[in-house]
Every structure is written in structure tokens, then in C-alpha cells.
Design a protein around this ligand. Structure first.
Ligand code: PMV
Length: 310
């Protein structure tokens, strides 16, 4: 039996602008995970994927250049990297990460799957190699992914990520306690990313200045994080949310949860991830955590998760 798992992630600052070359800050959420268990089957059985919502057979003759299924592509790229033949396996996949909600569910499931395959063959794959595989798979989900999701999920550590640069570990002078409010409205990151590309084409100067503003927010946020200045980080989250709204990637539900968190005394709140649905995050203290959580639930959040970034 080979098993693997991978965490969810949240973007603290810089989603969307990161696709256009601005840095972003992100962190894993280790309590929400995707898991995969690979069990050997009799010769000739092939690969069968079993999830709580569907079962899929992955044919041995599937073409790596034309495959359009993320799980099949993950398997083919992993086998190729391991230089292993097509095995006979039943692979059980499960996940506690909300789907299409800005928490990197697709990248986490693919990472868990690739790790289970590696474990089945008894091979340890270097994280950089695994990261490159999951990035390829992300292209199916996202079209033009920045690479932030796969990086945070594979390395499972808070990072400052910039397209084309080696990710830098994020230094925190004080832990950040966050609540993650799920609107319960799944949303396509691909469509939201395409929307921002369209905005950039239609209004290049305005969009560039919004990206530049996010860049300034990130630079300040990084310094405040290092210094452990939690209140200042909250203000920057509010500012980042305003720019994301201007970039058309918020939604009525996200704005509603952000406002509810602000009214309940959060230090700062913003949408997180692809937006137009999915999740928002709110920065809390031990004193405000319970009241902000209740306010989010009362405002319609279908789930509220607590996480601490250290
Ligand atoms: O997968 P999501 O919804 O968390 O979005 C990832 C963040 C984006 O910046 C919107 C896209 C990207 O590739 O960086």
C-alpha cells in the first residue's frame, strides 16, 4: 500500500496580481487535506480511481500529450518522472478541502495522488520535481496559473512567491490567527483569471496601477509580518480586498462576509484565492475570534475554519 497526502492553502495577499508578475504571500492549511491510498490489484486490472463522488478507470494507452483530465495527467507525468511502467492499482482519493473555493483543492488532490504513486514504488521524488508535475496539471485547471498553489501545497510552508523566482520562506514575527469563511458558492478560478486578463487588455493603465498598488501592499505586509505587527497587517488585508473588488473578482457573498467580519471587530478581511465565490479570510485575536466566527456564520458562511500561521 502506498499513501500520500497534501494540505489546502490560502493566499494571504496578492492573488490575481501574482499571475501578472507581482509577488504574493500564501500559507498552507495543514488541518484540511487531500489523501490518496494506492492498493495493488491483480495483473491486467489497470488503474481505478475511487473517490466519494465518482469512480474512474485510467486506461493504459491514454496519450500524455492530449489527456485533458487532471488526475490522469498527474498519473502519467508521475510514472514518466519515476520511469516506471503502468501499474495495476486501486487508488482511493478523499479530501476535506472545499472544491473550487480558492483553497487549492485540485493541486492538493494531485499532489496526494502523485505521492501515493511514489510510495507504491518506494521512490522518494524531490519536491522540486513534484512541484513541476503539479504545475503542469494546474494548467488544465487554471489556464495560466502563476504556480503559487502547487508551490505552497507541495512545500507545505508559508512563502513569498513570485512567478519565475525561487520561492522565499515567509518569516513571521508573531503568529497570525485567521478564520476562513466559505461562501458555499464554488467558482471557476480559470474564468476569474481570464476576467482579469480581459480587464488588463481593455484598461491597461488602470489595471497596471492596481497591480502596482498590490505590489506595494505585499512589500509592506512582508515587513509587518517580519515585525509581528498584526494590526497593520489587518489594514493591508482590507486594502487588498478593495483592489480585488476593483479587479472584479469579488462577489456579493464575499463582500457580505468581509463586511460582517469587519463589523464584528476583525483586524482585517479579504477574499482569498480566485474569488467570485469561494472563501474569504479574516484576521482575528483570541478576544475577537468567537464573535467574528459567529458573525460569519450569521452572514451565511456555510463553514468557518480556524487556522494559525506560524
Ligand atoms: O486556486 P485558487 O482559486 O486559490 O487561485 C489561485 C490564485 C490566483 O492568483 C487567482 C491564480 C494563480 O494562478 O495564481
Amino acid at each position: 500500500m502506498g499513501s500520500g497526502s497534501a494540505p489546502a492553502k490560502i493566499i494571504l495577499f496578492g492573488e490575481h496580481a501574482v499571475v501578472h508578475g507581482v509577488p504574493a504571500l500564501a500559507a498552507p492549511v495543514s488541518t484540511l487535506r487531500a489523501t490518496a491510498f494506492a492498493e495493488p490489484a491483480q495483473p491486467g486490472y489497470g488503474i481505478r480511481l475511487e473517490t466519494p463522488s465518482f469512480i474512474a478507470e485510467i486506461p493504459a494507452d491514454i496519450n500524455i500529450n492530449t489527456v485533458d483530465d487532471a488526475l490522469a495527467l498527474t498519473i502519467l507525468l508521475t510514472l514518466k518522472a519515476l520511469a516506471m511502467p503502468y501499474p495495476d492499482l486501486v487508488i482511493r482519493l478523499d479530501s476535506t478541502i472545499p472544491i473550487a473555493s480558492g483553497m487549492g483543492s485540485g493541486a492538493a488532490v494531485s499532489t496526494a495522488l502523485a505521492r501515493a504513486l511514489c510510495a507504491h514504488f518506494g521512490i522518494t521524488m524531490p519536491p522540486s520535481e513534484l512541484n513541476a508535475i503539479i504545475y503542469e496539471v494546474e494548467k488544465l485547471h487554471h489556464g495560466t496559473p502563476s504556480g503559487i498553489d502547487n508551490t505552497v501545497i507541495v512545500y507545505e510552508t508559508p512563502v513569498l512567491f513570485r512567478r519565475g523566482h525561487v520561492p522565499e520562506p515567509l518569516q513571521l514575527g508573531a503568529p497570525l490567527s485567521l478564520l476562513i469563511g466559505d461562501t458555499g458558492h464554488p467558482s471557476s478560478t480559470k474564468l476569474a483569471v481570464e476576467g482579469v486578463w480581459a480587464l488588463r487588455a481593455a484598461e491597461p493603465e488602470r489595471t497596471q496601477s492596481q497591480f502596482a498598488r498590490i505590489g506595494q501592499i505585499i512589500e509592506a505586509a512582508r515587513q509587518y509580518m517580519q515585525a509581528g505587527e498584526v494590526e497593520a497587517i489587518g489594514h493591508l488585508m482590507n486594502e487588498n480586498h478593495i483592489v480585488l473588488r476593483e479587479l472584479t473578482v469579488s462577489s456579493v457573498e464575499l463582500d457580505h462576509l468581509v463586511q460582517a467580519a469587519l463589523d464584528a471587530g476583525t483586524l482585517g478581511a479579504k477574499l482569498s484565492g480566485g474569488g467570485r465565490g469561494g472563501i474569504m479570510i479574516a484576521l482575528v485575536t483570541p478576544e475577537t475570534q468567537a464573535q467574528v466566527k459567529s458573525a460569519l456564520m450569521a452572514a451565511g458562511a456555510v463553514n468557518v475554519y480556524a487556522t494559525t500561521i506560524v
